[in-house]
Design a protein around this ligand. Structure first.
Ligand SMILES: NC(=O)C1=CN([C@@H]2O[C@H](COP(=O)(O)OP(=O)(O)OC[C@H]3O[C@@H](n4cnc5c(N)ncnc54)[C@H](OP(=O)(O)O)[C@@H]3O)[C@@H](O)[C@H]2O)C=CC1
Ligand SMILES: O=C1O[C@H](COP(=O)(O)O)[C@@H](O)[C@H](O)[C@H]1O
Length: 487
């Protein structure tokens, strides 16, 4: 049962945008429906568009209709929820005459009420919005700011965003969202490792051959081509989500579950990553872009066709990387990370591939144990083991799985990642958010790859939509290893 949070004002900049409609409002609705949000809280949408409170509520109602799944949407709860929703037309980036629209909603409101400023606009506006919030006197001691990704486009721009926001909000009141950290199954990595010694005792180079972290999507870039074409898969998925998951897989046990203890351990992993020299890029990184191909939905267009007629682009829609965490625990164990669009399955998972037995006394070929942590969908854990084949009189063996499907085990709804994260911003608990030094360490590591790709367009491979990416990604693993693609 989720506990109550204190009454709050949640001010969303970029409230007419896709993220607010698709994720933020449905997440807040769910938590309101669960009884977690006090009814005197307010959700205040802002954007430049001129809308009345009611016009914005109509948009919000439509968004709930589209994006709240199953039977969770009921008219009476939605009516009460929409009663908490307000709108102010503000140009967040300018210190102009639109700000009174927001200021009048605060009047001489209690200064001790929690205020969350959620910036769901282009990151280029974050610094200006924070400065304006401060200049207009809206930032109280109990205010915090939430920054959507991407934080910058590279290390220098990330530092600039962090510096600008840091002029107004101290680090402990800056919440940098990485929605993967809000996924239940990603948080469960901490439970799996540190509450189950049976795994943790084997969690090192002694027993593990390699680790695979995959985030595969079947969709293309859809309506987000303009954003995506400036970003690409490395910035969009690897620099943040997959490196964060890798940190949770690779980190040492934190002293406590406190935000800084956990984030210090993640930072140590990022700083222990073997640096990539320009000459190494081709050996440790593969990138690709999808062409036309066949998927479950029939023939789908190429990335360039989705971007629009006549557009050319070297942006990657697929990345596979080899990383090493140079610590005593991991030695030279490779971590293979990959993410791509228009792949054959929507799946995010971590595969821990254990080493083979040093010697076999059995007539059958042995398959090394493999632990699969399924982050989404069909969340669960699967451990492959070798068993005696009951159909045979001999000691012939066959692999079988120990399977835990979380939905069956816990019979509960899996909340969207944003639900937990939005409530944590109200609680003021930053453990599931990225600290400044983590973001900058991640940029530091990926930057040589970005630099090399910018100068070497010929490194962009092609793959057909509906396949598992360019062939070169297979070679990255070496001849005796294979990607887990049996899903
Ligand atoms: N959509 C998604 O799935 C995801 C988005 N993100 C990030 O979230 C952020 C928002 O994304 P998304 O919702 O898709 O973007 P959209 O382009 O759909 O929305 C942008 C919003 O910003 C508002 N806006 C633009 N300029 C200003 C301004 N000067 N002052 C106030 N509001 C302004 C726009 O409204 P108006 O024009 O009326 O001002 C609109 O509401 C981005 O940083 C994106 O990278 C991150 C992960 C996933
Ligand atoms: O942050 C992003 O994540 C989504 C994938 O998220 P998931 O929770 O569905 O795995 C991705 O589609 C998008 O491009 C990226 O910006």
């Amino acid at each position: 049962m989720n506990s109550h949070v204190e009454t709050f004002d949640y001010v969303v900049f970029g409230a007419t945008g896709d993220l607010t409609m698709r994720k933020l409002l449905p997440a807040l609705y769910h938590r309101f429906r669960d009884g977690q949000i006090p009814a005197d809280s307010r959700i205040i949408g802002t954007a430049r568009s001129k809308l009345s409170h009611d016009e914005f509520r109509e948009r919000a109602e439509k968004a709930l209709g589209r994006f709240v799944k199953g039977d969770a949407l009921d008219a009476e709860t939605a009516r009460r929820f929409l009663g908490m929703v307000f709108y102010a037309s503000v140009n967040g980036a300018e210190a102009d005459s639109t700000w009174p629209n927001l200021l009048e909603l605060f009047g001489d409101d209690r200064q001790d009420k929690i205020r969350v400023f959620y910036l769901a606009t282009s990151p280029g506006l974050y610094g200006a919005i924070c400065q304006n919030l401060s200049d207009k006197g809206l930032v109280t001691d109990r205010s915090r700011v939430v920054l959507e990704k991407p934080i910058g486009h590279d290390l220098a721009s990330a530092r600039k965003v962090n510096d600008d926001v840091g002029k107004v909000f101290p680090e402990n009141r800056v919440f940098r969202i990485d929605h993967y950290l809000g996924k239940e199954t990603v948080q469960n990595l901490i439970a799996l490792r540190f509450a189950n010694p049976v795994f943790e005792r084997l969690w090192s180079a002694d027993a593990i051959d390699h680790v695979q972290i995959t985030a595969a999507e079947t969709v293309g870039v859809e309506g987000r081509g303009d954003y995506y074409d400036h970003s690409g898969a490395l910035r969009d998925m690897i620099q943040n989500h997959l490196l964060q998951v890798m940190c949770l897989v690779a980190m040492e046990p934190p002293g406590t579950l406190g935000a800084d203890d956990v984030r210090n351990e993640k930072l140590k992993v990022l700083r222990a990553l073997k640096p990539i020299r320009p000459a190494d890029v081709d050996h440790v990184a593969v990138r690709g872009q999808y062409g036309r191909g066949r998927t479950g939905d029939g023939i789908v267009p190429a990335y360039l066709e989705e971007l629009g007629e006549g557009r050319q682009s070297n942006t990657e829609t697929y990345v596979a990387l080899r990383a090493e965490v140079h610590t005593w625990r991991w030695g030279k164990v490779p971590f293979f990370l990959r993410s791509g669009k228009r792949l054959p399955a929507k799946v995010s998972e971590v595969v821990i591939q254990f080493r083979e037995t040093p010697w076999s006394i059995f007539p059958s070929q042995l398959q090394a144990n493999r632990l699969i942590l399924r982050l989404q969908p069909e969340e669960g854990i699967q451990l492959s083991i070798m068993n005696k084949d009951p159909a045979m009189d001999s000691m012939a063996l066959r692999p079988a799985n120990i399977d835990v499907a979380f939905e069956k085990a816990f019979s509960t709804r899996y909340p969207d990642a944003y639900e937990r994260l939005l409530m944590d911003t109200v609680r003021g608990d930053p453990v599931l958010f990225m600290r400044r030094d983590e973001v900058e360490a991640a940029w530091t590591w990926v930057e040589p790859i970005l630099d090399s790709w910018r100068e070497r367009p010929d490194t962009l491979r092609h793959y057909s939509a509906g396949t598992w990416g360019p062939d070169q990604a297979r070679h990255l693993l070496g001849s005796n290893r294979q990607w887990h693609e049996d899903m």
